[in-house]
Design a protein around this ligand. Structure first.
Ligand code: GDP
Length: 312
């Protein structure tokens, strides 16, 4: 079994390729939940939703969120009625969020609610929220603090970022299933997701970094040069004190990574990194990258493991 740490765009693209070489039942995805939000009575978990839709074959592959061909009748009507719903939620997408909200209000954990939705939709991969505690990535900008969704969706990232941090409403810990999946897998892939808003929230969950030291870990950079392939990663990396490039990503992940993959075009060298085409314009490129990542996991498994993390 392979475990991936994922946000909602870059790593799902890699998983699209991985599915061509591994059965879904061999894939576990530990997913960022720090962008989750109650919206108009439903519970939006954007990164989990992208993965559920990817594995159930309905994802909108142009946008990498929502359901292909979805309609927005309810969203438009809500705006007409004076709602401040700044995230456009499709009608079928909303149904899943309403159902998830119902289950959470009945007292189910996010892990159990996700499992129930996956089984209804025929998903045989294992999709695990990183934590069952409510948590949010917040952005401090010009003296006020807003939710990451408000920064990125309402303001389209056009605000200065003074600080980006997590706010927890419960224990800041990974679920037992996340930790046991990591400890029992063949290897972990940190996919090319936004380091600060998608991967760091997972690494910050208590127990995750320690568990990752026990298994081979391969990371793929989301940067080519000083720009991410898409999205707001650069400003957020700088706000966290890291250079917005592959070197900063490698420094941020630190000693848990056994092999770091960066793009063949990337002008910012990371010592010891493996070079590959990481720009997944087609599922075939994602498949080739997946094969490389799997071979790096096999190589890391074949090497004797060091006794102290500092040796790695
Ligand atoms: P989010 O939850 O929608 O922000 O999605 P992720 O965090 O999973 O992914 C966003 C990151 O994916 C961005 O930093 C992009 O640079 C990266 N990304 C998107 N497509 C690609 C790709 O084809 N190759 C690589 N290397 N990175 C990509």
């Amino acid at each position: 079994m392979i475990v991936l740490l994922s946000g909602g765009t870059g790593t799902p693209k890699l998983i699209q390729g991985l599915r061509k070489v591994l059965p879904d039942s061999e894939i576990t995805v530990v997913v960022n939940t720090a962008e989750d939000l109650w919206v108009s009575g439903g519970f939006l978990s954007p990164d989990i939703d992208t993965l559920i839709y990817l594995f159930s074959g309905v994802l909108d592959l142009e946008r990498w969120w929502g359901i292909a061909g979805d309609t927005f009748v309810t969203h438009d009507e809500l705006l007409r009625l004076g709602s401040d719903e700044y995230i456009a939620i499709g009608d079928r997408d909303r149904a899943l969020q309403i159902r998830r909200g119902e289950m959470l209000r009945q007292g189910l954990t996010l892990t159990d609610a996700t499992g129930a939705l996956c089984s209804k939709l025929g998903v045989s991969a294992c999709i695990l929220p990183m934590t069952d505690s409510p948590v949010a990535t917040l952005v401090r900008t010009g003296g006020r603090t807003i939710h990451f969704q408000e920064y990125w969706v309402r303001h389209r990232g056009n605000l200065s970022v003074d600080e980006v941090f997590r706010h927890w409403d419960g224990p800041d810990e990974a679920t037992p299933r996340v930790l046991s999946s990591i400890l029992s897998c063949e290897g972990v892939v940190i996919g090319p997701s936004n380091p600060v808003t998608s991967i760091l929230p997972i690494l910050e969950c208590r127990g995750v970094r320690e568990a990752l030291r026990e298994v081979p870990v391969v990371a793929v950079s989301p940067f080519i040069g000083d720009a991410p392939v898409s999205g707001p990663a650069a400003a957020l990396m700088e706000a966290r004190g890291f250079s917005p490039d592959s070197a900063g990503t490698s420094a941020l992940y630190g000693d848990i990574v056994d092999a770091f993959v960066q793009d063949i075009r990337d002008p910012v060298p990371v010592p010891g990194a493996v070079r590959a085409d990481t720009l997944m314009k087609t599922p075939e490129i994602a498949k080739d990258l997946s094969l490389l990542v799997l071979s790096l996991i096999r190589e890391a498994r074949a090497r004797p493991r060091s006794t102290t993390p500092a040796d790695r």
